[in-house]
Structure formats: structure tokens, C-alpha cells
Design a protein. Structure first.
Length: 65
């Protein structure tokens, strides 16, 4: 599965760049994210738990910035 999203952020470039390089900020931006760890330069692994009705699932994502 590939997911892509775009959003315009009203902030200066330095503030955005710093946030994109802060794993805690990135983790907090993903609902259900349990872990978000760097695996390489601009590459991360995220573990997210999602629940829909009675079904609960855990997913592991590769994130490239």
C-alpha cells in the first residue's frame, strides 16, 4: 500500500525543516503511532495501531522524507 498526502503549512522554512527532522514531532503527527525511528538518512520506520469497530490491527510503515 502506498499513501501520499499533501498539506500547506503556514510557517517559515526553518521551522518546518526542524519539525521534519524531529522524530517526536513526526510521531505526534500520526494518530496511533507507537514508535517512529530513523533507519537511514531521511528514512524512518513507524509502528501504528489502528482500531475500526471491533477490529484492531498494528501496521509497520516505511517513511521516506
Amino acid at each position: 500500500m502506498e499513501m501520499t498526502s499533501n498539506k500547506r503549512i503556514e510557517a517559515n522554512t526553518e521551522k518546518i525543516w526542524n519539525a521534519l527532522n524531529d522524530t517526536e514531532v513526526l510521531k505526534a503527527s500520526m494518530p496511533g503511532c507507537e514508535s517512529f525511528e530513523a533507519t537511514g538518512e531521511n528514512t524512518f520506520q513507524a509502528k501504528i495501531t489502528a482500531k475500526v469497530g471491533p477490529v484492531k490491527a498494528r501496521f509497520t510503515f516505511k517513511v521516506n522524507l
